[in-house]
Design a protein around this ligand. Structure first.
Ligand code: NMX
Ligand code: MLT
Length: 435
């Protein structure tokens, strides 16, 4: 058995024992009450789901197995001469709860390199799509096309014992993560570079090789990509892409089916697509104003006109966070250190000064602060990746790390089919009358 799988088994077996005891003793205790407004309000804040890789605090932001983003940037192993964490290290941490050593991360990089071969028919499935098909649709189809290689599906058909589900899920999760950069880069080069593909460089780490296959040899871009792939990886379990993975996976659909579905959730503008919407919105603003250096007053007027048109300000607000997103702040810090002279980045920072008071003044927005998507596009443009319809695919590659770790845990703890209770408005009215 491989190094990481072995450690994962040790960890979940111990935890499964603990959970059994915990349920025996405390299974009937209440962790939450549900308000009528939550039933009509997207189930916001209802505590009802188990998710091991990360946990969100509304004021403080995300912690991965207890580690904040600044702590990850300090403690996770880096590339030689690099300053940002290697995302491989975060996957290790999310799966087994321990910060890996440099050697362990090297082992994982090499393991994913060995698993990274994408079957030829996947490229053919992508190639039959019109080139103007949104990159997220191509990505989701590419992932789905790999489903015939699922170890879980094959072993399930052969009559696998349920105690081995975790093992087959782990194999699929590792293969899927290893292959994603190649598929994503293939779509990028197909759509924006006339199919002039860049072959993998097996001497590079997961994020470095992804950047290389996208066509970027600049070490600055690679470092930003390693940071990007780390900070977008997980945001506890209730966000739409993680929750989709969990829900679809709970039917014992294999990881390819579950992750393809998750990417369809990420492709919505209120979720991951917001990163493309942000840059589209800023570009429209600078075009309309006729300057790449708009003043705060000009930005404020443009924000108000967007709101007056019945549209949201992309990159602002959050369903759970109530402070500036630490993922935004990490990118801001990266730019202060590495990208101090970009007009576009400076516009992003000015928007950060201008938007929160305007959103707060509406009196209904619960979180006026920027989220992760408010910053990424400007950094990508700085490094030359200007094709903003592709940005959500980058988010998707990263998100695989968290949701695949989550799915491995769901199988390991034998979490059952997810099936919450729904009610009708009539039911609510009748319930209230009885109150
Ligand atoms: N611009 C304008 N109005 C907003 C914004 C915003 N950025 N954020 C929230 N509101 C409105 C929201 O539409 C709602 O209005 P109404 O009652 O008229 O329907 C009201 O404020 C209350 O919403 P909240 O409870 O504050 O937010 P909710 O939890 O419903 O939604 C988002 C969260 C993220 C969907 C929302 O803030 C939004 O649409 N933001 C812009 C899109 C975005 O950046 N999404 C990316 C999220 C991060 N990610 O990567 O997934
Ligand atoms: C995410 O990273 O998934 C987003 O911030 C959305 C969320 O957490 O609800």
């Amino acid at each position: 058995m491989d190094l990481l799988k072995n450690l994962f088994q040790e960890k979940f077996q111990a935890q499964a024992k603990e959970v059994k005891e915990l349920l025996k003793e405390h299974g009937d205790k209440t962790v939450d009450d549900v308000k009528v407004e939550q039933v009509f309000g997207g189930m916001r804040d209802i505590t009802s789901m188990l998710w091991e890789p990360s946990l969100l605090d509304a004021e403080e932001g995300i912690r991965f197995r207890g580690y904040s983003i600044p702590e990850l940037r300090e403690k996770l192993p880096r590339a030689a001469q690099g300053t940002e964490p290697l995302p491989e290290g975060l996957f290790w941490l999310m799966l087994v709860g321990e910060i890996p050593t440099k050697e362990q991360v090297k082992w994982l990089t090499d393991n994913w390199t060995r698993r990274a071969n994408v079957p030829e028919h996947v490229f053919k499935a992508i190639d039959v799509l019109p080139a103007d098909t949104h990159p997220m649709t191509q990505f989701s189809i590419g992932i789905l096309a790999m489903q015939n290689t699922s170890t879980f599906a094959q072993r399930y058909n052969a009559g696998i014992n349920r105690t081995e589900y975790w093992d087959a899920t782990y194999e699929d999760a590792m293969n899927l993560i290893a292959r994603l950069p190649r598929i994503a880069a293939y779509i990028f080069r197909r759509v924006y570079h006339n199919g002039d593909h860049v072959l993998p460089d097996i001497t590079l780490d997961w994020g470095g090789n992804f950047s290389h296959m996208l066509g970027y040899q600049d070490e600055g871009f690679r470092e930003y990509m390693r940071l990007f792939l780390t900070i977008h990886a997980d945001h506890e379990g209730g966000n739409a892409s993680a929750h989709t993975t969990h829900l679809v996976g709970s039917t014992l659909s294999d990881p390819y089916l579950a992750f393809s579905a998750a990417m369809n959730a990420l492709a919505g503008p209120l979720h991951g697509l917001a990163n493309q919407e942000v840059i589209r919105w800023i570009q429209k603003m600078t075009q309309t104003l006729g300057t790449t250096k708009p003043s705060r007053e000009q930005i404020a007027e443009y924000v108000k006109s967007t709101l007056a048109g019945g549209r949201v300000i992309p990159g602002y607000g959050h369903a759970v966070l109530r402070k500036p997103d630490p993922r935004f702040m990490a990118q801001r810090q990266f730019c202060e250190d590495n990208v101090p002279d970009s007009d576009l980045v400076k516009v992003v920072w000015k928007i950060f000064d201008v938007v929160p008071p305007i959103l707060s003044s509406l009196g209904k927005v619960k979180n006026p602060w920027p989220n992760v998507d408010a910053h990424s596009g400007a950094v990508l443009v700085h490094y030359g990746l200007k094709e903003y319809n592709f940005y959500t695919v980058l988010f998707g590659v990263s998100r695989a790390l968290g949701v695949m770790a989550g799915l491995c845990w769901a199988r390991a703890l034998s979490l059952p089919l997810e099936r919450p209770k729904s009610v009708t408005t009539e039911w609510i009215k009748a319930y209230l009358q009885k109150e």
